[in-house]
Design a binder for this molecule. Structure first.
Ligand SMILES: N[C@@H](CCC[C@H](N)C(=O)O)C(=O)O
Length: 291
């Protein structure tokens, strides 16, 4: 009998956005897109929206790598950042309850507020189209409050051939649609798929469907790049909140309600000021995966 090669993992979630967390501080894991896809597969693998990898860093306390379920490495993941902080604390990799974390999008600072509850300084939001990246040249635009919206041609069925959209980057790209009511399943699937791969977003995009409930509360569904709709998206909540705040529709502190839970987003409205995100981070189980 042969002994299988084993990969030890921790399964976590942040407001229902679920993760496989791997410790690669010893730099021994051989990760590739095919393995990430196998791990994330909900039928043939463990199942997750993202795979998160803990590594050592020369610039910060830790390095945080993020892979979407489709195998692609991406710049940022907000719900994952809270789980990352809870993980390194629970595993005894740090004694600090406030850490610095290197990501492809720069340094973020998670802080354990209490057990399973984490606040993250996600850094500033970026609205400049080229930095999202979003190709805005030649599109009609309008300003609402301090936000520029763009009229985007879309091929999404007979009833939808253009949409007014806001764009923002939280290190990763987001497009935000403002709706009069919470988005239906049908709308999220149909527009989500079309916008995620819209040619105006050269790196593809995460698609947020925002419905403002009052100045301190908003409903949000997100169709994530490389995954499809998730029960929550942390950077999506930050992007949608700052877009709503810039439009003058939301206050400086807002609860963003998603299918899987609520996140609190705070932002002063100054372009270089940091966006703060607070919410849950939960370990579900530990396991061994046979490679
Ligand atoms: N679930 C995440 C975002 C993960 C990355 C995203 N799908 C992308 O491709 O940029 C979050 O909580 O922010």
């Amino acid at each position: 009998m042969t002994t299988p090669n084993i990969l030890r993992f921790t399964k976590m979630h942040g407001a229902g956005n679920d993760f496989i967390v791997l410790n690669n501080c010893a730099d021994q894991l051989q990760l590739n897109p095919a393995l990430i896809k196998r791990l994330a597969d909900r039928h043939f693998g463990i199942g997750a929206d993202q795979v998160l990898v803990v590594e050592s860093s020369t610039q910060a306390d830790f390095k945080y790598r993020i892979f979407n379920a489709d195998g692609q490495e991406v710049q940022q993941c907000g719900n994952g950042a809270r789980c990352f902080a809870q993980y390194v604390f629970d595993k005894g990799l740090t004694q600090k309850n406030q850490i610095t974390v290197e990501t492809l999008a720069g340094i973020i600072q998670p802080e354990l507020i209490r057990h399973n509850w984490v606040k993250v300084n996600m850094g500033p939001a970026e609205f400049e189209p080229a930095k999202v990246p979003f190709v805005s040249e030649g599109l009609l635009s309008r300003s609402i409050g301090g936000l520029t919206q763009y009229k985007l041609p879309v091929d999404a069925g007979a009833d939808v051939n253009e949409l007014w959209v806001g764009v923002a980057s939280m290190g990763n790209p987001h497009v935000v649609l403002l709706l009069e009511q919470p988005a239906s399943d049908e709308l999220v699937q149909r527009l989500g798929a079309v916008l995620e791969s819209h040619p105006r977003f050269p790196e593809r995009v995460n698609v947020g469907f925002l419905n403002v409930l009052d100045r301190a509360r908003a409903h949000l569904r997100v169709y994530e790049r490389g995954v499809g709709e998730t029960l929550a998206c942390g950077t999506g909540a930050c992007a949608a909140a700052v877009v709503g705040m810039k439009m003058g529709l939301l206050a400086e502190r807002v609860d963003v309600v998603k299918t899987g839970g609520t996140l609190t987003i705070e932002w002063s409205g100054q372009s270089d000021s940091d966006v703060l995100m607070t919410g849950p981070a939960q370990t579900v189980f530990e396991g061994e995966f046979y490679l």
